[in-house]
Design a binder for this molecule. Structure first.
Ligand code: 5GP
Ligand code: ZN
Length: 115
């Protein structure tokens, strides 16, 4: 755990969040500022700052993000309508929390590209 990382604290149960899924590699919780009817963040339990810092040892956790997204989409009943997965990386990518995370957004029709 990295001190002062809010997502590390959520993973450890030391900060409040609405956790919807957790396993040995990843944790998922609702975004505090949802941009759609479903907006969930899925994070590796181990602190990885960003995709730019990912290494081979993180491969299983990074793969698990996608499988968890699929599972949670089914739980949220958005699998049929579809959804969007986003991983913002670095300042130009719009990343504001520097613990790698995947946004799972669904429940409305979206267009690409955006801002
Ligand atoms: P980024 O811009 O880094 O890809 O996304 C960060 C996301 O984390 C934003 O959508 C923001 O609303 C969300 N967020 C920031 N702080 C917290 C927090 O303390 N708890 C939760 N649940 N979401 C947060
Ligand atoms: Zn962290």
């Amino acid at each position: 755990m990295t001190t002062d990382c809010i997502f590390c604290k959520i993973v450890a149960g030391e900060a409040k969040a609405e956790v919807v899924y957790q396993d040995d590699l990843v944790t998922a919780f609702r975004d505090t500022h949802p941009v759609g009817p479903t907006h969930i963040l899925i994070v590796p339990n181990q602190h990885i700052t960003a995709v730019s810092q990912a290494e081979a040892q993180h491969e299983s956790a990074l793969g698990r993000l996608f499988l968890a997204a699929r599972k949670i989409a089914e739980m949220e009943q958005i699998q049929q309508g579809g959804y969007r997965l986003i991983v913002n990386t670095g300042p130009n990518g719009g990343q504001t929390v520097f613990h790698l995370h995947m946004h799972l957004i669904g429940g409305k029709r979206m267009r690409y590209p955006m801002g």
